[in-house]
Ligand binder design. Structure first.
Ligand code: G4P
Length: 529
């Protein structure tokens, strides 16, 4: 098949939600439709219950599972669908943000009873800033929840989206009768049978006909008619271009657990979701159809076997054809690298592949060459942009607890930072090492992994920092910057790339410092050029 045709039939997306809204359940049902798995329960949730480190350690031990679920690929109606896993737990939000740089669209899952929750807000904001096309799926309609219009309002207001429902619930919770599919103009009745794999839909050409009354009862039919009238009146018509440019978000209702409303979502998704999109590099916009291969690393995963310290770098293919055993340029370090066993990922396994196309993710075995954000090309000197580091919010000094193992510790810390588990800062004043993380859980993860994967031991010491921000003076040589550096010398550090970072010990200090030094910018994301 030609490159163009392969691009046309690919959709790479992520599902985002607050934990427990139903992301794992929905993923599983999508895979069932694709025939990628045969039964429910086959997808292991890699979810971490509230703050329980033991869960994470257990997951770490079962590395095989979490690597396999990082990318789930399946075919449906001739379309190759790649689902990228996004951890819902807030301590791993950074991982999710990075994964979002590799998706071409997202599905946002919202719990009908809980409405818009904290994590949803943060993740949607990132997607909105990047104009990523989004479809919203309101889940758990089999339960009592908020009124559909109230929810649509909430989504508009709290998530700052412009929505248009493409399906509409008939009743809810105990009275839940089914869904009217605005997109396909048919009714799908709910039977509450969770094992139902393929739904039967009843086509309703005209909702004013009494066919509808017969199906769902007179009262429900009347209700639905007036609700639909309101929907048509209040919400904009669906417009493909608006959806693709991220200015209009279609909404579906359903119950993932009952496999209800999922087919409608999937059928609409494969019709409207974007094929692999062009990506901005530091020199130009790169189009998927270009002949020459290029891609970037968005995730690094330590390998399953702790005895072999190799890792798997996940590369999103942006353009051209990626081929096995072909030399590609690792732009950051200028080396040509060949990959003899690139992995492709499927719902239940990973396999060595000879060729992959834009939109696909390949897993490359790596012995320490890659960092998150690295670009691979056929020789062109360009780097993909847009994988930022976020301002960490938890800080500790890291000390070596076993002097015999200082080399191991250094290597371990280095590699874990490359994986993006946390960020390392060196204090300007005394050269001490500080680890900064987005979530508190990461400290234990680092300690555990240093010991089990690198044979090194570390201890931590508390450090009172409210937030770290990257410093950008208007005038590097000016008096203002010199004064800032002198006054704040105790609170300055360098990150791994040598960029200057300011540790503010409180929100108040940060505010005062910003006021005192108006010509210095304080950034909360590392990429600000
Ligand atoms: P997550 O990945 O977004 O964190 O959510 P997950 O799919 O794990 O779902 C969270 C809980 O919500 C699960 O229950 C799941 O069974 C339930 N759930 C998902 N979709 C629906 C739905 O449509 N209706 C109802 N009523 N429940 C739904 P749990 O008890 O936490 O886990 P489990 O023991 O059932 O696996």
């Amino acid at each position: 098949m030609s490159l163009l045709k392969e691009i046309q039939r690919r959709k790479t997306f992520g599902i985002i939600s607050h934990p427990d809204a139903g992301k794992t359940t929905l993923t599983e049902k999508l895979l069932l439709f694709g025939g990628a798995i045969q039964e429910a329960g086959a997808v292991k949730s890699n979810k971490i219950k509230k703050g329980a480190t033991s869960d994470f350690m257990e997951i770490e031990r079962q590395r095989g599972i979490s690597v396999a679920t990082s990318v789930l690929a399946f075919e449906y109606e001739g379309i190759k669908i790649n689902i990228l896993d996004t951890p819902g737990h807030k301590d791993f939000a950074e991982d999710t943000f990075r994964t979002l740089t590799a998706v071409d669209s997202v599905i946002v899952v919202i719990d009908v009873a809980k409405g818009v929750e904290e994590q949803t807000k943060k993740l949607v904001e990132v997607c909105r800033m990047r104009n990523i096309p989004m479809i919203v799926f309101i889940n758990k309609l089999d339960r009592e929840g908020k009124d559909a219009f109230e929810l649509l309002d909430e989504i508009e207001q709290k998530l700052n989206l412009r929505v248009t429902p493409l399906s509409f619930p008939i009743g809810m919770g105990y009275d839940f009768k089914g869904i009217y599919n605005i997109w396909e103009k048919n009714v799908n009745l709910f039977s509450g049978d969770s094992r139902k794999n393929i739904e039967e839909t009843i086509e309703i050409k005209d909702i004013s006909s009494n066919e509808l009354d017969k199906l769902i009862g007179e009262k429900a039919a009347e209700n639905l008619r007036s609700e639909l009238e309101l929907v048509y009146e209040v919400y904009p018509d669906f417009d493909l271009q608006e959806y693709l440019s991220g200015t209009l978000q279609p909404v579906f209702f359903g119950s993932a657990l009952n496999n209800f409303g999922v087919r409608e979502l999937l059928d609409c998704f494969i019709e409207i979701a974007p094929k692999p999109r062009p990506k901005e590099s530091d020199t130009r916009l790169v189009k998927p159809e270009e002949k020459e291969f290029s891609g970037f690393v968005f995730k690094i995963h330590a390998n399953m076997d702790p005895k072999h310290r190799d890792r798997l770098a996940f590369v999103k293919i942006v353009s051209g054809t990626f081929e096995r055993n072909t030399a590609y340029l690792h732009v950051r370090n200028g080396k040509k690298l060949k990959f003899s066993s690139p992995n492709a990922f499927f719902a239940d396994k990973k396999e060595i592949v000879d060729v992959s196309y834009p939109g696909d993710i390949v897993g490359l075995h790596d012995t320490g060459n890659f960092k998150i954000g690295d670009t691979l090309t056929e020789g062109e000197e360009m780097r993909y942009k847009g994988i930022p580091s976020f301002s960490p919010e938890h800080f500790k000094y890291i000390n070596n607890a076993d002097p015999m193992k200082s080399k191991q510790l250094e290597k371990g810390v280095d590699q874990l930072m490359d994986e993006g588990v946390a960020q390392l800062f060196i204090l300007e004043l005394n050269g001490r090492k500080v680890i900064g993380t987005v979530g508190a859980l990461q400290f234990e993860v680092i300690q555990y992994r240093l010991e089990h994967e690198y044979g090194a031991k570390c201890s931590y010491e508390n450090l009172n920092v409210h937030k770290a921000c990257w410093v950008e003076p208007k005038d590097v040589k000016g008096a203002e910057f010199a004064d800032f550096k002198r006054v704040k010398s105790k609170y300055l550090a360098k990150d791994k790339r040598g960029q200057l970072v300011f540790f503010a010990d409180s929100a108040f200090t940060l505010q005062m410092t910003q006021q005192k030094y108006p010509n210095i910018k304080f950034h909360f994301v590392s990429e600000f050029e």
